[in-house]
Each structure stands twice: as C-alpha cells, then as structure tokens.
Design a protein. Sequence first.
Length: 82
Amino acid sequence: LLDIDRPFPKNYISITSQIVSTITGPFRFSGHLGMQTSSIPTDLIPYPRFRFLIPSYSPLYPPECCCVSFHTSDLVDQTFHR
C-alpha cells in the first residue's frame, strides 16, 4: 500500500503525527470551525457505546504521490471495492 517493505519507527511516527495534527486542528485555531473540549464525545466518537476516539486517516499513499489529486468517487471506490 505505501510501498514500504519494512516499516521503521519514523514511518509510524509520520502517520501518527499527521492524524494527531488533523484531530487537534480545530482546537488550535479559532473560527467558526473551532471546537470546545466538551464537544469531543458528541463530535468525534461515532457511537455512544464506543468510549474512545476512533481516528482514521485516508488515503494512505507513498510520499512520492503527494501531488496527485484525489476525487471523492475514487476514494469511495477504493473504500468499498478493494
């Protein structure tokens, strides 16, 4: 998927940092999309029976593909028709 034969810690750290950065973005910047800490359970946890935040990150592509444009139809197709 990422064209990585043997992942190293830096690969995990890179993906994790992008996910955490994306999740905490609304807390760090003001504006109409800003969030309150109290809104995490209602906005970021999909079902009440889940007690933990479930982060996801998509699409996962190798760094060489950073300039490729993605269309919604392509992402949906990749998600449901693997």
